[in-house]
Design a protein around this ligand. Structure first.
Ligand code: F6P
Length: 343
């Protein structure tokens, strides 16, 4: 029997509560562990702010979006005596091992804690699906479905008005959401971070489409897409505790540029955090549940410094290092398939 701490860090993601519930249910019912939750990611660990996680605390949460633990982008290694404070807090609370649920930043902290001798097993989370080591992260499919539903709606209004509509979706380093929802929603142009774009070429493809009698177009753009010449467009200044710029707003720029260059009436929609909120799809509840069960099994077996992952249809364990080496970028073959339907 062990006392295990659970936390959710970084951006929230549909399916987080399914992971928490699975860790608690398997951890208590099968392994006889004691579980505690830390509030607001690493901030709660630093502050030693915890709550008991038991069957009662996790009842009725499977279908709920967000995270019952709260989350933050706190980086303990940016805080004075961060490592010492984490160690002291775990010692004071009698926590033997941690299961952090998060993306590259949260799991990057986990890896450094593992190097310092703390037992951790990570669970990969991000709607962006850009974590290496796993074929999919939970939350991604829900985000894709939300974006696809939005594109379906935007299609009818674009067609009614003979407009170009630019739809901005999330995706900092990778265009997984853009490529998937673009393909599912029948987008005419998809712009992703992996393929810097030429605005004139984008406009020319819209003009070509117009010449073929298509009087409206849908352009999907990932927030992290960049032009061939120049840097990413964002409406925000500053960076978070992990050094990431706050993205968002490339669609504003594209709306103006496309309208000016082509003369086609253009409107933009930024989907933003709508993609992260609300009920997770069944797929993400199941994946989150499988990850949670595997993570608590790994802690029980002492198989630490690891991350649970999906490979094909199997849930496996990989070294945290493998997951964090570099972001998992879009498979070029997937993009080539999407491209068949552009224009
Ligand atoms: O968690 C990933 C993500 O959704 C990115 O796609 C996006 O750039 C970022 O989080 C937004 O973060 P925040 O919620 O802090 O604005």
């Amino acid at each position: 029997m062990a006392r295990i701490g659970v936390l959710t860090g970084g951006g929230d993601c549909p399916g987080l509560n399914a992971v928490i519930r699975a860790i608690v249910r398997k951890g208590i019912d099968v392994h006889g562990h004691e579980l505690v939750g830390f509030r607001y990611g690493w901030a709660g660990v630093l502050a030693g702010e915890s709550l008991p996680l038991d069957q009662e605390a996790t009842r009725g949460i499977l279908h709920r979006g967000g995270t019952i633990l709260g989350t933050s982008r706190t980086n303990p290694f940016k805080e004075a005596d961060g490592l010492e404070r984490v160690q002291a807090s775990l010692e004071r609370l009698g926590v033997d091992a941690l299961i952090p649920i998060g993306g590259e930043d949260t799991l990057g902290v986990a890896r450094r804690l593992a190097d310092a001798g703390i037992d951790v097993v990570g669970v990969p989370k991000t709607i962006d699906n850009d974590l290496a080591g796993t074929d999919f992260t939970f939350g991604f499919q829900t985000a894709v479905q939300i974006a696809t539903d939005a594109i379906d709606r935007l299609h009818t209004t674009a067609e009614s008005h003979n407009r170009v509509i630019v739809v901005e979706v999330m995706g900092r380093h990778a265009g997984w959401i853009a490529a998937y929802c673009g393909m599912a929603g029948g987008a005419d142009v998809v712009l992703v971070p992996e393929r810097p774009f030429d605005l004139e070429e984008v406009c020319e493809s819209l003009r070509r489409r117009q010449r073929r009698g298509r009087t409206f177009s849908i352009v999907v753009v990932a927030e992290g897409a960049t032009p061939k010449e120049g840097a990413a467009w964002t409406q925000h200044a500053g960076t978070d505790a992990f050094g990431h710029a706050r993205l968002g707003g490339i669609a504003v720029h594209l709306e103006r540029e496309i309208e000016e260059r082509t003369g086609f009436e253009t409107r933009m929609t930024i989907l933003g955090h709508v993609q992260r909120g609300g009920t997770p799809l069944a797929y993400d509840r199941v994946l989150g549940t499988r990850f949670g069960v595997e993570a608590v099994d790994a802690v029980t077996e002492g198989d630490v410094g690891r991350m649970v992952a999906l490979r094909g249809t199997e849930v496996v364990r990989v070294d945290l290092d493998e997951a964090l080496r570099e972001p998992k970028l879009l498979d070029p073959r997937l993009f080539e398939t999407a491209e068949v339907f552009f224009g």
